[in-house]
Each structure stands twice: as C-alpha cells, then as structure tokens.
Design a protein around this ligand. Structure first.
Ligand SMILES: [Mn+2]
Length: 288
C-alpha cells in the first residue's frame, strides 16, 4: 500500500484541500515518502491555540504525478483550483511552484526561502539534480535557481514577497529592488518580529494568497535536511507568528526542497508541523 498524507481519511470530493506530490529531482520520491510517513506522527492539536489545526479542514491525498511534461503540474493544479479547493503540493524541487502558479489568477505570492531564486540563467550540479526528471531536458532558463525570475514574467513582482531570504547575488538583489519585490530577511524578523508581522499583514490584506515554503527558509540547525544549508535562518516560532499575521485567503500551498537524511527526521517533523500551521490558517477562513 502506498503511503498517504495524514492517513487520507477523506475522499477528494468531500475535501477542502487536495494533496499531490511532484517527483521533481533525483531523490524526490524518497522525500515524498518521508514527508507522508512523518505526517502520521505529528500532532495537529495546538496547545497554545487550544484547538486542532485540522479540525475543520478535510484533506485528501491524490498521490504523485507521473511527470512526463512539467506542465502537468499546471494542469493538475488548475483542476483542483477549478473545483474551488486548495492544492497542497509536496516537492520535489522548487521549480514546481512556477508551474503551479500558472494555474492561478489574481493571486499574491509569499515565498519562505533562504534564496531568492531570481537568477536569469543558471546551471550547476545541485540544481540539475533538483530538477531531474527522466526524459525531460534540463533548461538553464527555467529551473530551481531561476523559477521566480520566470514567474515575474506573468505575476506582477509587486505581488511577490520573500520571507527568510539571506542568500542572493548582486543581480538578483538589483532585480528585486528595481521591480518592487517585497522581502523580509531573518535579521529583520529577529530584530523586530512585530514589524515583520505588520509588514506581512499589510501585504496580505484582502488578498488571495499562494504560500510556497522551501524548507531551507528555516535555520539549518532546525532543518538540516536541505540541499543548501544557509546559516542564520528563521525558527518555527517566527514562521508560526508570521503565518498567523496573514490577513488574506490562502488558495494554494506548497512545500519544497526536502533532502532526507537517514535516521534524522527533525526536518520532516518541522515541515509537517509548518504545513499544519498553514492549514490552521486555511481552516479559519473555511470556518468563517
Ligand atoms: Mn531555497
């Protein structure tokens, strides 16, 4: 029997959130299995909020895409969005977000990531591994290091906010500044969490939101199972505070870039708890 996300208690028809996996990258099948396995072990009850974060949100797992072409990600996402349901996309490399976003209209994007992924063209061995799908040729213009740059060609940069970024080159920084992409660095978050919350609240007010979480946004001491463990990342507490500062309606969510470590599931527990946190926020809107 194949693994399913949190036991798969509901049918897709009755669910509010539809999970699917995107096996994008050399070890992505292992990552997807590991995330699904650990999803059964994380308690969705929040002791501070005194409620179950998944209480009113029904989730169904429809398995992994059989990727032959990357725009199958867009097709599957569009199918879910068309039924007025929220896709929860498990990765796989971050490039999946570019294809998922094409299925949305009138949406703002919040990316939790250590990197800004705004390079115009890029290739190296790690990126090639992250984007590897048998039978699909690697593209230096559309990959894990460039996906957000390409996204800016159809999504207004002013509607994009990066949270937790700390690794970026001069060109990416210039692009970000010139095009009005908002960002909050881990140092800004640590120095003044309240100000960061305000910024997020302001950005998300009355908006439809797609949240993309690259697990390397967290500090590598909390989330060691990543490809690029950049120092000085955010904590779960900071993530949780920021997610709960969001004021808009979450219409899509993904989790990317886990690179499992044998016998250490710290990162998976953190990743799943982070997904539950966002689901709790989705539930608030469903509940209303
Ligand atoms: Mn990253």
């Amino acid at each position: 029997m194949s693994l399913k996300f949190i036991c798969n208690l509901f049918t897709p028809e009755e669910s509010d959130v539809i999970v699917f996996g995107v096996p994008l990258g050399k070890n992505s099948k292992i990552a997807l299995n590991s995330l699904r396995k650990i999803s059964d072990f994380v308690e969705p009850f929040d002791i501070d909020k005194k409620r179950n974060l998944l209480e009113n949100v029904k989730i169904a797992d429809t398995g992994d895409l059989k990727l032959k072409k990357l725009d199958e990600i867009t097709k599957k996402t569009r199918e879910i969005v068309g039924k007025n349901k929220v896709p929860l996309i498990l990765g796989g490399g971050h490039l999946l977000t570019f294809f998922a976003l094409k299925a949305f209209e009138n949406v703002k994007l919040i990316v939790f990531d250590a990197h800004c992924d705004l390079k115009d063209e890029y290739e190296d061995e790690i990126i090639k591994d992250l984007d590897f799908v048998k039978g699909i040729k690697f593209n230096p213009k559309i990959n894990d290091a460039t996906w957000l740059r390409r996204t800016c060609e159809f999504l207004e940069p002013k509607n994009i906010m990066l949270v937790g970024i700390r690794s970026c080159d001069e060109d990416e920084f210039d692009f970000m500044e010139k095009n009005g992409i908002s960002y909050i660095t881990p140092n800004q978050i640590k120095d003044n969490l309240q100000e960061a919350e305000e910024k997020l609240k302001e950005f998300t007010k009355d908006s439809r939101l797609y949240i993309s979480v690259d697990i390397d946004a967290f500090d590598p001491s909390f989330a060691p199972a990543v490809h690029h463990p950049e120092p000085n990342g955010i904590s779960f507490r900071e993530f949780s505070r920021l997610i709960n500062a969001i004021d808009g309606k979450i219409v899509g969510l993904d989790l990317t870039c886990l690179r499992p470590i044998t016998d250490n599931k710290v990162t998976e527990f953190l990743a799943i708890r982070s997904v539950f946190e966002v689901e709790g926020k989705i539930q608030e809107k469903i509940g209303n």
